[in-house]
Design a protein around this ligand. Structure first.
Ligand code: TYD
Length: 205
């Protein structure tokens, strides 16, 4: 039975991924697919409650990583796997690459421990494609300045974001067939055009 495709959007805060998700989902729908869009942490009732804690409560680093994976487990069980099994497409605003980048790169948690958690929670399931929106620190900062009410992660210092970006780019090198880097310093219209082409390619046209 044909299953749907699982696509994730990633990038440092301020890279602009959120601008493109809805339009990308619409492009895929225009090719006749049923698409759900969702996000992490979150995507379920429990996951959204964990998100509120994760984004605003200070906590031990490993607690943070475990809660990210707990929310993810629920998301997989309730939303992602059932949708893919139905043949629907799932587009998620962030997934496990974010945990490697933020808890691993940003906060310094052992990447090895994170791999063990990844293996435990979704060993046999990886995104079919990850779009990594990449911008240098200054651009991300400039964009974030326009946001009010910054969350716990968005309030981090510059070196945190430099490390987050570094791990994202390392993963793009390690998984070149899964992760496509989108130069997000370009005008929005250019990126939209590239994403329309990606959607057409994925839909087999
Ligand atoms: P984000 O996706 O940027 O949403 P918004 O656009 O509403 O701010 O917010 C999620 C935050 O959670 C982001 O700063 C990255 C962080 N995060 C992690 O640290 N680890 C994770 O595993 C995930 C999924 C997110």
């Amino acid at each position: 039975m044909a299953t749907g495709k699982f696509i994730t959007f990633e990038g440092v805060d301020g890279a602009g991924k959120s601008t493109h998700i809805a339009a990308f989902a619409d492009s895929v729908r225009q090719h006749g697919k049923t698409v759900i869009t969702t996000r992490e942490p979150g995507g379920t009732v429990l996951g959204e409650r964990l998100r509120a804690l994760l984004l605003h409560e200070p906590m031990d680093l490993e607690t943070e990583a475990l809660l990210m994976f707990a929310a993810r487990r629920e998301h997989l069980a309730q939303v992602i796997v059932p949708a893919l099994t139905r043949g629907d497409w799932v587009i998620s605003d962030r997934f496990t690459d974010a945990t490697f980048a933020y808890q691993g790169g940003g906060r310094g948690m052992s990447l090895d421990k994170l791999s063990q958690l990844e293996q435990w929670v979704h060993g046999d399931l990886q995104p079919d494609l990850t779009l990594l929106f990449d911008v240098p620190l200054e651009v991300a900062r400039e964009r974030l300045q326009r946001t009010r009410d910054l969350d716990k992660f968005e309030q981090e210092q510059d070196d945190f974001f430099v490390r987050v970006r570094q791990v994202y780019l390392q993963r793009a090198e390690a998984f070149p067939h899964r992760i496509r880097v989108i130069d997000s310093t370009r005008p929005i219209a250019d990126i939209s055009r590239e994403l329309q082409q990606v959607a057409a390619f994925l839909c087999g046209e």
